[in-house]
Design a protein around this ligand. Structure first.
Ligand SMILES: Nc1ncnc2c1ncn2[C@@H]1O[C@H](COP(=O)(O)OP(=O)(O)OP(=O)(O)O)[C@@H](O)[C@H]1O
Length: 260
């Protein structure tokens, strides 16, 4: 489902510092959107607004044409720190999400679905009974992704989900999310926060770069289907390389503005 943001400004309650100012965003159903920008520029804040955890100070924020009022299972969230309850097993964490979303479905059927989801994210059935502390970071994030895709929200908000992972695990999970997103007939709309230009170019169909203080959109780039790249072709496409240079230059310019 699409998101339309018009002239949005935002300050956290009890403060008068503007974090976001005159922000405009237009995202269509099924797009994979990456939010790029320097640390502290307001990417997570924007995600919290779309999640319904904060409300705009002024301006318009519409989800599927309607204003957002509070959090909803229509918009799943995946955090960098996995967001798993430490006292529940991995399987129970995934099951909890399914029970909340599908309260009328038989528990045994939901449990079966948890095993299917574990398999879909490349985890052994034995993981069901493990506590999060017994799992590696990559395994925990696979569980969080299984939970998010299991809930089957039309929109997924991912806040630097791979930021704490090593490069190899990160690459595997990028491929996993892309393949889960790509194989769905009705694709989820994904908002994915990252600092990493190459990650954004690999994953997204649409990139927004946010500038700092207060944050606003400094670049809005859609990646046409014919220029979608894979890990192996990432550096072959001239159009993508030009876009990469543009993104890196804008990011550097934004850092320089801040330093001066
Ligand atoms: N609850 C809060 N109350 C007041 N200010 C906040 C709150 N949360 C974040 N901020 C401020 O809002 C600004 C934007 O923070 P935000 O976490 O959205 O940035 P970010 O781009 O996601 O950063 P990073 O990439 O480092 O995660 C920062 O200056 C931060 O200090």
């Amino acid at each position: 489902m699409g998101v339309h943001i018009e002239d949005l400004s935002f300050s956290y309650k009890g403060t008068d510092r503007l974090i976001l100012e005159h922000l405009n965003i237009d995202v269509q159903d099924g797009e994979f959107v990456c939010l790029l920008g320097q640390s502290g520029c307001g990417k997570s804040t924007l995600l919290r607004l779309i999640a319904g955890l904060e409300s705009p100070t002024s301006g318009e924020l519409l989800f599927d044409g309607e204003p957002i009022h509070g959090a909803s299972l229509e918009r799943g969230i995946v955090f960098q720190d996995y967001g798993l309850f430490p006292w529940m097993s991995a399987g129970e964490n995934i099951l909890l999400g399914l029970t909340q979303k599908f309260p009328d479905v038989d528990k045994a059927d939901l449990k079966k679905r948890v095993y299917e989801l574990l398999e879909a994210v490349g985890l052994d059935a034995k993981i069901y009974r493990k506590l999060p502390k017994e799992l590696s970071g990559g395994m925990k994030q696979r569980c969080a992704i299984a939970r998010a895709f299991g809930i089957d929200s039309p929109m997924l908000l991912m806040d630097e989900p791979f930021g704490a992972l090593d490069a190899v695990t990160r690459a595997r999970l990028q491929d996993l999310v892309l393949s889960l997103w790509g194989k769905e007939e009705e694709k989820k709309t994904i908002f994915f926060v990252t600092h990493d230009v190459d990650e954004a170019l690999l994953l997204s169909t649409h990139i927004y770069m946010l500038g700092q203080s207060p944050s606003h959109v400094i670049l809005d780039e859609r990646i046409p289907e014919e220029h979608r790249v894979t890990r192996n072709t990432q550096f072959d496409d001239k159009w993508i390389l030009d876009l990469r240079n543009k993104l890196v230059m804008e990011m550097n310019r934004d850092i320089a503005c801040r330093v001066e």
